[in-house]
Design a binder for this molecule. Sequence first.
Ligand code: GDP
Length: 324
Amino acid sequence: MIIRPSLSVFQMDGSVGPMRVLVTGGSGLVGRAIERVVKTESGEREGEEWVFLSSKEANLLSAEETRAAFEKHRPTHVIHLAAMVGGLFRNMRQNLDFWRNNVHINDNVLQAAHEFGVVKVVSCLSTCIFPDKTTYPIDETMIHNGPPHESNFGYAYAKRMIDVQNRAYFQQYGVQYTAVIPTNVFGPHDNFNIEDGHVLPGLIHKTYLAKKEGKPLHVWGSGRALRQFIYSLDLARLFLWVLREYDEVEPIILSVGEEDELTVKDAVDAVVEGFGFKGEVIYDTSKSDGQIKKTANNAKLRKYLPDFKFTPFKQGDQHKRCSI
Ligand code: GDP
């Protein structure tokens, strides 16, 4: 059953009504960045209401709790960020959990959105879902062209299914459920857990401890892997644009240019410099490099937003260090 929200975007007389945006994963790295941008930069535009839902408020693994959250907030739009996430090494340990949890969360959120008459959903994918064996640069048309890297196949296939589901919702119901594909995100409120987190927060935490304890810094892998990093506040600004302006069902890559790709060693050097760490840096090549590169092409984004300015990596990095 479709329950139409009491407030809808297009009223019967053709006028535009309030837009109520529900952000799942509202207390995470990207959710907090969106909240900050909404409150400090673009402002809650007149007629827009924002709800940032955290896992404490609703367990989205449960269809019932998901429906209850939609019943309570009655969103017209959804930014769907909630997911089981983690860095390379957590993915390698828990492919089954990443697959199952994310499939359940995504199906619960998209189906609740449909049942409650949400007009637009923007979900979050990642460039790590692209095929492992591919030509470069990677673009939006290549998501399903081959198996993902073996290290994170659980997460990758679960996220690819969002794109499948979005197309199916459009085909059967004509609704505009779409997705964005960011590269490696970093910024304030990241997960600094060394074992489970991503490379930048992991390196920041490890460098902090190595400096404090006068010990070497252990980097995992060779340092040769290439990554494109996007600052969370830039990603938040782009999410708002996608929510308000982008009208395709096909996903869009949100990334800095190919020329801004860095090696993990470049990232290590920036963190070491930022901390003024003078100790030994050891590259542990017994640990995985993961996908050696996943260079993404941002031509589609540039076609829409040729003038968007990304925060330079070192500037974002300094901001991040100040915030921990
Ligand atoms: P990915 O980009 O999806 O592979 O995930 P990560 O953000 O976890 O980045 C993994 C890359 O960073 C691999 O090349 C790792 O070898 C390298 N790396 C180096 N040190 C660390 C660390 O302390 N934590 C993590 N997660 N990755 C590290």
